[in-house]
Design a protein around this ligand. Structure first.
Ligand SMILES: *[C@@H]1O[C@H](CO)[C@@H](O)[C@H](O)[C@H]1NC(C)=O
Ligand SMILES: *[C@@H]1O[C@H](CO)[C@@H](O)[C@H](O)[C@H]1NC(C)=O
Ligand SMILES: *[C@@H]1O[C@H](CO)[C@@H](O)[C@H](O)[C@H]1NC(C)=O
Ligand SMILES: *[C@@H]1O[C@H](CO)[C@@H](O)[C@H](O)[C@H]1NC(C)=O
Ligand SMILES: *[C@@H]1O[C@H](CO)[C@@H](O)[C@H](O)[C@H]1NC(C)=O
Ligand SMILES: *[C@@H]1O[C@H](CO)[C@@H](O)[C@H](O)[C@H]1NC(C)=O
Ligand SMILES: *[C@@H]1O[C@H](CO)[C@@H](O)[C@H](O)[C@H]1NC(C)=O
Ligand SMILES: *[C@@H]1O[C@H](CO)[C@@H](O)[C@H](O)[C@H]1NC(C)=O
Length: 462
C-alpha cells in the first residue's frame, strides 16, 4: 500500500492542492497580509564611486575611483488603495515606497561629499550639442559658474535631488527642463501608478503576478514607453510550488525591463529549504551571443556591449546606462577602463532565495549600478580630452531577509508538509518492520525444532 501511495503521489498532490488553495490574495489569508504589508525589513543600500583623479581624467587618463558606502535606507512599501475585483480573480493597488535613512547601518551621514560626473551638465551638453545657439549659452553659463565635467555634491543631493544652478538658468531658454536633478528625485513616498495583480484564485501560477500597470496590460516591450515593461511579480511574492526548470520573471519599474532568473542551487535560509535563482549570463549578453536581446537596443539598431542597458529614455534624456555592480558579467573592457572595479559574483550578482513549496521569498538582493555615458564633445571645452567611457556613479543593493517570526511560522508549515509527504514512506517502513517482526516470530516458533532435526544425525554419527 505504501509503495502504491508513493507511486501515485496521493499525499504530495493533496499537500500541493492545499498550498494552492491557501496561497491566494484573499482578505484574511496570511498570504494576503504578507503581501499587503510585508513584515521583513527591506534595506536599500547605496555605494558611491568617489573620483580621485578628476584633473587627470580630463587630460585623457584612466579614471580611478574609490568605493564609499553603504548609505542605508530602510524601505517601507505597503500596498494601498487595495480593492478586489468582483469575482476575486484580480486585485488593484498602489505601492508607494518610502525611504528612511538608517545612520547606524551607514558609513557616514547623508551630507558626506562625493566627487562624481556632473550628470546635469553632461545631460544638457549631450542633448544640445548640435544646436548652436543653446550650446553657446550652456558653454557660457558653465564658464561663469565655474562648472566642469565633475561636481562635488552630498549623498542626499545626488540621490533625492537638488536645484542645479546650471539647469535653473537654462530653464529661461528651455522651458521643458526641470531645474532639479537627483537619481531618485521625487521617488520618496510616491507611488508609480496603479497596479492590477492576479490573486492566484483562477490559476496558482499567477499568484501576485502583475496583470496591468496604469491600465495597460503587456507581455512585451511597450512601444510608446519603453520604461513601462510589465512582466512577472512585483515585490516579495512568487507563486507556490516552484520547480527547478522554470524561469521566474521579475518586474521592476526602475530597471526599465523585466529580467528573469533561473535555478542555481539548493540552500537553506534560517533553517528553511530554498532554491537560489539568479539571472543567467544570457540576460546580459550582447546581441551576437543572445539575439533575443535585440529588443533592448535603444534606440533601435544601436546595440551596446554585453552587460549594459541604455535607460536614457526612462531618465528624462540623461545619458544613464545601467549595469551590474562593478560591471559584473559585462564586457571586460569596462572593468579595465576604470581603476577600482573588482567584480565579484557573491557581492555583485542579483539573487533570490525562494522556498519552493510556498513561493515565499526568504532572502533577496537586487543589485544595480548607475553609470553615465561620457565622451569628448569637441564643441564643449569643458569635456577636455576625456576618453569615451561608461563612468560608474554608484550602485545599489536592495535586500531583504525573512524575519525570525515569519520564519518560525514557515518552518512549521514546511515540517508539516514533510510529515504529510512522508506518510507513504512511513507506511513502507512500518510494513518492513512488521514483516521482520513476523519472520522473527516464525523463526522463534519453528526454529528450535528444525535445528534439532538437523543436528540429530550429526550427533548420532559421532
Ligand atoms: C478586509 O476585511 C476587513 C474586515 O472585514 C475590512 O475592514 C477591509 O476593508 C477588507 N479589505 C479589503 C481590501 O477588502
Ligand atoms: C473575473 O472577472 C474578470 C474581469 O474583472 C474577467 O476577465 C474574468 O474572466 C472573470 N473570471 C471568472 C472566472 O469569472
Ligand atoms: C521620505 O519620506 C518619509 C516620510 O514621508 C520621511 O520620513 C523620510 O525622511 C523621507 N526620506 C528622504 C530620503 O527624504
Ligand atoms: C570623496 O572625495 C572628496 C574629494 O576628494 C572628498 O572631499 C570626500 O571626503 C570624499 N568622500 C568620502 C565619503 O570619502
Ligand atoms: C512575460 O511573462 C510570461 C509568463 O510569465 C512569459 O511567457 C513571457 O515570455 C514574458 N515576456 C517577456 C517579454 O519576458
Ligand atoms: C541611449 O539612448 C538615447 C536615446 O534613445 C540615445 O540618444 C543615445 O545615443 C544612446 N546612447 C548610447 C551610448 O547608445
Ligand atoms: C559579444 O560578446 C562576446 C563574448 O563576450 C565577444 O566575443 C564578442 O566580441 C561580443 N560582440 C560584440 C559585437 O560586442
Ligand atoms: C548588499 O550588497 C553589498 C555589496 O555586495 C554588501 O556589502 C552588503 O552587505 C549587502 N547588504 C545586505 C543587507 O546584505
Amino acid at each position: 500500500m505504501g509503495i502504491a501511495l508513493v507511486l501515485s503521489q496521493v499525499f504530495q498532490n493533496a499537500l500541493y492542492s492545499r498550498v494552492k488553495e491557501e496561497i491566494v490574495l484573499k482578505n484574511g489569508t496570511d498570504a494576503f497580509m504578507a503581501w499587503e504589508n510585508p513584515p521583513p525589513p527591506v534595506y536599500m543600500q547605496f555605494y558611491f564611486f568617489n573620483v580621485t583623479n578628476s584633473d587627470e581624467v580630463l587630460k585623457g587618463d584612466r579614471p580611478a575611483v574609490f568605493e564609499v558606502g553603504p548609505y542605508t535606507y530602510r524601505e517601507f512599501r505597503p500596498m494601498e488603495r487595495v480593492s478586489f475585483s468582483e469575482n476575486g480573480t484580480r486585485v488593484s493597488a498602489v505601492n508607494p515606497k518610502s525611504y528612511v535613512f538608517d545612520a547606524n547601518m551607514s558609513i557616514g551621514p547623508e551630507d558626506d561629499l562625493i566627487r562624481t560626473v556632473n550628470i546635469p551638465a553632461v545631460t544638457v551638453m549631450e542633448m544640445f550639442k548640435d544646436k548652436v545657439i543653446i550650446r553657446n549659452i550652456i558653454s557660457a553659463l558653465m564658464k561663469s559658474k565655474n562648472e566642469g565635467l565633475f561636481m562635488t555634491r552630498t549623498v542626499g543631493e545626488i540621490l533625492w535631488g537638488y536645484e542645479d544652478p546650471l539647469l535653473k538658468d537654462l530653464t529661461r531658454f528651455e522651458k521643458t527642463l526641470d531645474p532639479h536633478f537627483g537619481l531618485f528625485y521625487k521617488m520618496n513616498a510616491t507611488d508609480d501608478g496603479e497596479y492590477e495583480f492576479f490573486t492566484g484564485k483562477a490559476n496558482y501560477k499567477d499568484f501576485a503576478r502583475v496583470a496591468e500597470w496604469k491600465g495597460n496590460s503587456s507581455l512585451e516591450w511597450w512601444s510608446s514607453d519603453q520604461c513601462n515593461m510589465i512582466n512577472g511579480t512585483n515585490g516579495a511574492s512568487f507563486h507556490p510550488i516552484i520547480t527547478k526548470d522554470e524561469s521566474l520573471f521579475m518586474f521592476s519599474s526602475d530597471l526599465c525591463r523585466s529580467i528573469y532568473a533561473q535555478y542555481e542551487k539548493d540552500l537553506s535560509v534560517r533553517g528553511i529549504p530554498a532554491y537560489r535563482f539568479v539571472p543567467p549570463s544570457a540576460v546580459f549578453a550582447n546581441v551576437s551571443v543572445n539575439p533575443a536581446n535585440t529588443g533592448f537596443c535603444v534606440p533601435a539598431g544601436k546595440c551596446l556591449a554585453s552587460g549594459l542597458l541604455n535607460v536614457s529614455v526612462c531618465k528624462q534624456g540623461a545619458p544613464i546606462i545601467m549595469s551590474s555592480p562593478h560591471f559584473y558579467q559585462a564586457d571586460e573592457k569596462f572593468v579595465l577602463d576604470i581603476f577600482g572595479m573588482r567584480p565579484k559574483k557573491e557581492y555583485h550578482e542579483t539573487a533570490l532565495d525562494i522556498n519552493p513549496l510556498t513561493g515565499i521569498l526568504l532572502r533577496a538582493a537586487k543589485r544595480l549600478q548607475v553609470n553615465v555615458y561620457v565622451e569628448k564633445i569637441p564643441v564643449f571645452s569643458q569635456t577636455g580630452n576625456v576618453q569615451t567611457l561608461v563612468f560608474p556613479v554608484m550602485y545599489l543593493n536592495e535586500s531583504v531577509t525573512i524575519d525570525e517570526e515569519s520564519a518560525k511560522k514557515l518552518r512549521a508549515v514546511v515540517t508539516e508538509g514533510n510529515v504529510i509527504v512522508n506518510i507513504p514512506f512511513g507506511l513502507i517502513g512500518l510494513g518492513i518492520l512488521l514483516g521482520v517482526v513476523f519472520m522473527v516470530l516464525m523463526c522463534w516458533q519453528r526454529g528450535p525444532e528444525s535445528t534439532a532435526a538437523e543436528r540429530q544425525p550429526l550427533l548420532s554419527s559421532s
